[in-house]
Structures are given as C-alpha cells and as structure tokens.
Design a protein around this ligand. Structure first.
Ligand code: OOG
Ligand code: NI
Length: 458
C-alpha cells in the first residue's frame, strides 16, 4: 500500500490473476489437471537442470513461475474494448503489441494487456490476449446488422465495476476494501454463462458465418476461453497430456526445441463441447457450444528486430517446405523440417548476444576489486553475467494456429482484407505499445545499473 492507503496496481493484478485462476479451475476441471502436470514437469526440470533453476532465480522468473499465466478473451465492439482498456489499467495492465489475425482466416485483431516494467512483471506477469471481432468481415449485410444490434444491447460490465473504474481514474487508486470489491466485480465480466442471448437458429446462422462470430455475439460477455500456465519443458507436457486423459493438438506452435529457447512455444487441447440453453428453449432443452480449451506454453528469450526477422524467415521457409498447414498427418515431417531449417539460428546465449539477435539482462556478480575499462571486459572477467530476457508477448502465426485448432475444419484460409491497426487504436482509445521498445528499455536499465556499480561509462 502506498502513502494515501491505496493498494498498488501490481497487487491488484496478482489478486485478480489468482481469482481468475480459481474461477476457471471451478468452471473447467481439466484446467486443474493441466496445472498439476505443468507443476510436476517444472519440478522435474529444475531437479535435473540446476543451471536452469539458477538462471531463473537470477532473473526472478523462478519466484513468479507458479503464478504465471495468460488468459484470452474476445469482444464485439469498440466500446467494450475501450472499457476493458480502462478496467485493465486499474491493474497496471497496458495494451502491448498489435496482432492481425485476418490474414490467417480469423476475423479479429488483437493486443495483449500486461504489465510493462520488469519490476511489475516480477510481482505478476499476468497477461490477457484480447481480440476485437471485425464485424465488417461478415459478408451478409442482414446478419451483420443482426450481430451489431445484439451486441449493442449487452453490457459486459457490472454497474459497480464501472463505478470503481471511475473512482480509480478520479482518485488515482483504490483502498483495500474497494480493491477487493473491484476484483470480484471485474471477474463477473469473464464468467461463463450456460445461457445464450440468441435463439438456436440465430446462433446457427452466426456460427455458419464463423464460429468465432457466434462465440462473441451469442453470449452475455467475453468469457475467458483459456488460461495458460508456463512450463519449462513443453515437449514433456505434450507427451504426457494423453496419459492424463488430455488430447493435445497435433503440433507445438512456434520454434522447434532448442538448447536456448527463443520466443514462445505453445500447445493446446481441443475445445470442450458444452451444454447451452438458447433463447426460447423450453426447460430441459439444450444446444451446445465449444469455445473453452486448454493451452500450455514455454517461454524463451525475447528477440531483437534482427532476431525476429530471422525467426519469421525460417518459420516461413519451414511452412513452405511442408507445403500445407501442419496437422496430424504431417506432424512428424513438420518437426523434422523445422529442426533442420532452424539449425541456421544460433543456439547459444553468447552467440545470440554477440550477433544482437536477442535481449539480455546484465547482473554484477560481486563488488569488484578491480576497475574495468568496458562492460565486455567485466563480462570476460566474470564480474558481470548476462541472462536471457524472457519474451512476454505472443506470436501471430502461433495464435492463428491455436485459434484454428479450435475452430475445426470449417476454418477458412484467409480474408481478403488488410490489417487495420489504425482502426484498432481508434476502438481502443489509445495506441498499443511497441513490445520491442519495452525489451530494449529493460536491457538498458540493467546495463545502466551495472555501469553504476562498476563506475563505467556506457
Ligand atoms: C486467442 C488465441 C491465441 C495465444 O496464446 O496465442 C492465443 C483466442 O482463442 O481467443 O491464445
Ligand atoms: Ni493463448
């Protein structure tokens, strides 16, 4: 708590993340199973590789690992997105990155709300991948109008949540009692509802246009559709999922397995088919909807612009060589191609650093007895060490793969449209933050701290 008795936004975010996890565990019991699998795997990795454990301890990731997760939601209107921006701001979460998924056949564009400073990320790295439906991509004008009119009628926030957001904006914080109330009220927006706001027939029309459109339009609010824990060994989790009765998707999205993990690797289990009562249905009558699924991810080092360009190039090359979407039938072939192609990506931290492919954090190991001329000299002498700076964001190709594995065969290949960052910013009510700038800032702060302790000029 700070001087005026307000709860810090970092604490609020940590509390909200925990409350969200508890709610989701109660709603989707398989999520609990997945959490256990991830916790077991992480323990094994740290027992077998003490160097991984000590590197994670140095950067603080070890301390945050158990509470690390991201959620995903989808909203239907600009107003909903703009109010979410204000709701997340109460918890110190800002929109980072812009992801256009229409080119991959998913009619949304997205951002990730998250904390931006390493000290805040350390308290709670909770992130929410947030997508805005692009209604203009619905081809049938009557259906488009219908979807807009349904969305116009709903209010996804409780009146009390809106009051508390305003109070926070006005006073600059919330006291402990109001902070607890805010967490409970905010949670309501993301809850699952077993009842739809449209008839079964209307649902089917929306669904025929795109499953995602039905998922956003037919319900009272943006139910959290997955909550993803972070594992230290995703291949292990992928192999173990079937043993615990969880069928994984065919391939892990992202880069192949490496000595030095880069960016993000993700896998998921198929969406659950859930009973829904549609408008006008008599008691005891049901339809069904599937939206909620499980996902696991492994995070590696954040790449610079140069590193990211190389990643994108190699990923495209691998996909071209495969000649098809990765699926059940070609999974083994895809993994082999991916490994072969990514041999061109340096796989040691010193190389990644020297070639400026990745971001690092620098730490002074001991108070030096000797003066150094440069940081490089201090590193060579072992007075300064560097650790990979973890990637906190998402990957558009992976996100599209995750969306698609849950949309079934009806998924289309792409929309004839352009990404529209400007439109997204207008809806959001501000610009999204460039994630590369955040990594560069964190790296720079750690360098400055080393320079200060070692009395070096940078
Ligand atoms: C989001 C899918 C993308 C990720 O981690 O990249 C995603 C959604 O299904 O709403 O979750
Ligand atoms: Ni996800």
């Amino acid at each position: 708590m700070n001087a005026v008795g307000f709860v810090s936004s970092d604490t609020l975010r940590a509390n909200f993340s925990r409350a969200m996890s508890d709610m989701y565990k109660a709603e989707v019991p398989l999520y609990g199973t997945l959490m256990e699998l991830v916790a077991d795997t992480n323990q094994q990795v740290m027992a077998q590789s003490p160097e991984i454990a000590s590197s994670l301890a140095q950067t603080g990731e070890l301390q945050r690992l158990d509470m690390e997760r991201h959620g995903a939601i989808r909203v239907g209107t600009a107003e909903e997105l703009a109010t979410l921006r204000r709701l997340f701001a109460v918890m110190g979460m800002e929109p980072v990155g812009y992801y256009d998924l229409s080119s991959a056949g998913v009619p949304v564009h997205s951002t990730a709300f998250r904390a931006v400073h390493e000290a805040s990320l350390q308290v709670s790295p909770f992130r929410v991948f947030t997508s805005l439906l692009r209604l203009e991509l619905i081809e049938d004008p009557a259906l488009r109008d219908f979807a807009s009119s349904v969305l116009a009628k709903r209010n996804i926030f409780t009146p009390r949540a809106l009051e508390l957001i305003e109070q926070h904006e006005r006073d600059g914080g919330l006291n402990p009692q109001h902070a607890d109330e805010f967490v409970q009220q905010a949670l309501e927006t993301f809850r699952w509802h077993h009842t739809a706001t449209v008839t079964l027939e209307e649902y089917q029309q929306l669904n025929a246009q795109h499953r995602l459109i039905a998922d956003v339009v037919a319900f009272r609010g943006p139910h959290i559709n997955h909550l993803t824990p972070r594992t230290l060994d995703i291949d292990h989790v992928q192999a173990d999922m079937p043993k615990r009765g969880i069928p994984p998707k065919a391939v892990i999205e992202g880069p192949p397995r490496r000595q030095c993990p880069i960016l993000l690797r993700q896998t998921s289990f198929k969406a659950l088919d859930e009973k829904i009562t549609f408008k006008g249905q008599a008691a005891g009558e049901f339809g069904s909807h599937s939206a909620r699924f499980g996902e696991i991810e492994q995070r590696g080092v954040a790449l610079t612009t140069k590193g990211r360009a190389l990643y994108d190039e190699l990923l495209n090359q691998a996909r071209e060589e495969l000649g098809a979407f990765p699926n059940e039938a070609n999974a083994a072939q895809y993994v082999a191609i991916l490994e072969k192609v990514f041999a061109a990506f340096p796989d040691s931290y010193p190389e990644l650093r020297q070639q400026e492919l990745a971001y690092f954090r620098y730490f002074v190991n001991q108070t030096p007895e000797q003066d150094f001329d440069s940081l490089e000299q201090a590193i060579r002498a072992g007075a300064v060490s560097f650790e990979p700076l973890v990637y906190e964001d998402f990957l558009p190709v992976s996100a599209a793969g995750i969306f698609q594995s849950n949309l079934g065969d009806s998924a289309r290949s792409h929309y004839e449209t352009h990404s529209n960052k400007h439109e997204f910013h207008k809806a959001l009510g501000r610009e999204t933050i460039d994630e590369l700038k955040l990594y560069a800032d964190t790296q720079q702060r750690s360098l400055q701290e080393c320079a200060r302790v070692l009395r070096l000029s940078l």
